[in-house]
Design a protein. Structure first.
Length: 244
């Protein structure tokens, strides 16, 4: 199967009130409209800003995603946002099982799987995050941990159109540290062997303008999930350029 365009996705996390989020979205939309970016671009704002960011992105071609969702469509789930609500706001994607949800909110593989089914029910593409901790890597368990998370977090019925995997070593997120290129290649190749043909496999964890080109050139890397650098338009755009 021919290599799809890379996907460069920004995870804005719990940052920015609407005015700043709209300004960032406007800056990205202007660049996207200014010339064909050569890759697919997605931004995932905090839930409170999704509507305003969607309006600011307009017809720029930059896609919109959520950072998490509940499994259910509706009901007595105070504080939760359903996949259908994200879809209603114009989202095409949703991040599920980010390490900050797994480790900060106790989300298990079972919960991730339920959420993925909810995302698919609503017609969203699920970006499923997996990755080992520092001690698991030091103990030589990275491949085993990631393989187990992959097997347990993705329900039957996956297709390349509705599943994206993000390999995000927990110890690389927000730390400035990254695995070696060989380590990223090893994990991505193992993931590739277990997902439907054509499924995008993103790398995430301290990707920046300085390391993006090398990481994105690894054959099984289909793009990046970007945290900190996605909040700076110049840095995010440099990664978009590197993904051409
Ligand atoms: C993330 O949180 O998904 C992430 C990759 O963060 P950062 O780029 O800041 O490491």
């Amino acid at each position: 199967m021919p290599q799809k365009r890379h996907l460069v996705a920004g995870n804005w996390k719990m940052n920015m009130l609407r005015a700043d989020a709209v300004a960032l979205a406007g800056a990205l939309a202007a660049r996207a409209k200014g010339g064909s970016p050569g890759c697919d671009i997605l931004v995932c704002p905090p839930a409170t800003a999704i509507g305003a960011v969607g309006a600011a992105l307009g017809d720029s071609g930059v896609a919109l995603g959520g950072q998490d969702c509940a499994p259910a469509e509706k009901g007595a789930f105070t504080g939760d946002v359903s996949p259908e609500m994200l879809k209603d706001l114009g989202c095409s994607h949703v991040i599920i099982g980010h390490s900050e949800r797994r480790h900060g909110h106790g989300e298990t593989d079972d919960k991730v799987r339920e959420k993925v089914l909810g995302a698919w029910r609503a017609g969203l593409t699920a970006i499923v995050c997996i990755g080992e901790t520092r001690s698991q890597r030091e103990d030589g368990m990275a491949l085993a941990v990631v393989s187990a998370q992959l097997a347990e977090s993705v329900p039957p019925g996956a297709t390349a159109a509705r599943l994206v995997i993000a390999y995000e070593p927990v110890w690389a997120i927000g730390t400035g540290l990254t695995p070696t290129l060989a380590d990223i290649a090893e994990i991505h190749a193992a993931i590739r062997a277990s997902v439907p043909a054509g499924t995008r496999i993103l790398y995430g964890g301290s990707m920046n303008p300085g390391n993006a080109a090398d990481i994105l050139a690894i054959p099984d890397v289909g793009g990046g999930l970007i945290g900190g650098a996605s909040l700076k338009p110049d840095d995010f755009w440099a990664i978009v350029e590197a993904a051409r």
